[in-house]
Design a binder for this molecule. Structure first.
Ligand SMILES: [Zn+2]
Length: 352
């Protein structure tokens, strides 16, 4: 049982802890104060937890790497077929589509949006006539105000609402909105836009180029890589699972995910689907295996957030351990986000 003493305005827990330490390292043993890191949980994963610096991250598998980007240029362009091009800095991805009398730009990430006109000029002298927003997030469209030519801006209605609320001069308000489906026909080119619910974010759409068999869905699939933190910062994790299932069955050859160093294909979607399935199973088992309040000091039993924190810590540890052997070498940056994914999945299973 601990005792609490006041010392320089800090409560310091002493008692069994100090006694045990003093037998190991001597009579001046320091014991963790309240709120400080104490005895490590049992079965701590080998993957470093949040807040602990990783000196050497797990190696990025060759399968996750993309073509080289010249740092002096800051971006690269990749042909996707029949007038459709990827533009990327290997961190963000956008596209442009050349048609008979103009160019459609899809997203304008601020990290390289200033280079989009020059990337287009290397392919065609035609002007930009349309700009499509995949969704409202500033990291994907925050360069829109710099796109020349006052293009028609197309987005889902929720995206327009969020941009109006943000009142951000970098993200001009869409001029054409739709609810469920929108087909853009320009010259001989076609883009099919469709909305499938929240998932990552309200208004996040699928952009399908049927002639090129290219599907762009931003912030949902990360080919070769772990999804970004909190499962791609998904506002709706059950919706994200439905979308990944749906995308795995759609008719495309090339997947543009909006992030990471390379484009993807159906196999990448299937791998992410397997990962998410395994994560859901691991999180569910961890929640049911973990007993509430088991290692919490009796003095803290009147603190419900302490009990919840301890419970979620121990459940997340079990989830991370269950995922590590199979996935640490299969998806790049497993060590960056597995703790976060387990936590997000567990909270979704508890609440959604
Ligand atoms: Zn986003």
């Amino acid at each position: 049982m601990r005792q609490i003493v006041e010392s320089n305005n800090w409560q310091v827990a002493i008692g069994v802890c100090a006694a045990v330490l003093s037998t190991v390292i001597g009579p001046l043993a320091w014991c963790a104060g309240t709120g400080e890191a104490g005895t490590p949980y049992p079965n701590m994963p080998r993957i470093a937890p949040p807040g602990v610096q990783i000196d050497y991250y797990l190696a990025v598998p060759p399968s996750a790497r993309g073509p080289f980007v010249d740092p002096a240029m800051g971006y690269r362009t990749q042909k996707l077929g029949q007038g459709l091009y990827l533009v990327t800095d290997n961190m963000y991805q956008s596209m442009f589509l050349v048609y008979d009398s103009g160019v459609v730009v899809i997203d304008a990430p601020p990290s390289y949006a200033e280079h989009i006109p020059e990337a287009i000029a290397k392919v065609t002298p035609l002007s930009i006539t349309h700009l499509i927003y995949s969704h409202s997030h500033i990291d994907h469209i925050g360069g829109a105000s710099g796109i020349p030519g006052r293009p028609i801006i197309i987005a889902q209605r929720e995206t327009k609402r969020l941009i109006e609320e943000a009142n951000d001069a970098h993200r001009p308000v869409p001029t054409v909105v739709f609810d469920r489906d929108y087909t853009l026909r320009v010259g001989s080119q076609v883009l099919k836009l469709s909305y499938h619910g929240y998932g990552h974010a309200p208004g996040n759409i699928y952009i399908y180029a049927p002639a090129q068999q290219v599907l762009m869905v931003v912030d949902v699939i990360s080919p070769g890589w772990m999804p970004y933190r909190s499962l791609s910062l998904s506002r709706d994790i059950p919706g994200l699972f439905r979308q990944v299932d749906e995308i795995a069955n759609m008719p495309f050859s090339t997947l543009v995910g909006g992030h990471v160093a390379r484009i993807g294909d159906r196999q990448d979607v299937i791998v992410q689907k397997q990962y998410m399935h395994d994560l859901a199973v691991a999180a569910k088992h961890s929640l049911s295996d973990t007993s509430f309040g088991f290692t919490v000091d009796p003095l803290d039993h009147e603190n419900p957030w302490a009990l919840a924190d301890n419970y979620m810590d121990r459940a997340t540890i079990e989830c991370v351990n269950a995922m590590t052997d199979k996935w640490a070498s299969r998806l790049a940056a497993f060590d960056a986000y597995i703790w976060d994914h387990c936590f997000a999945m567990e909270e979704s299973l508890r609440a959604d």
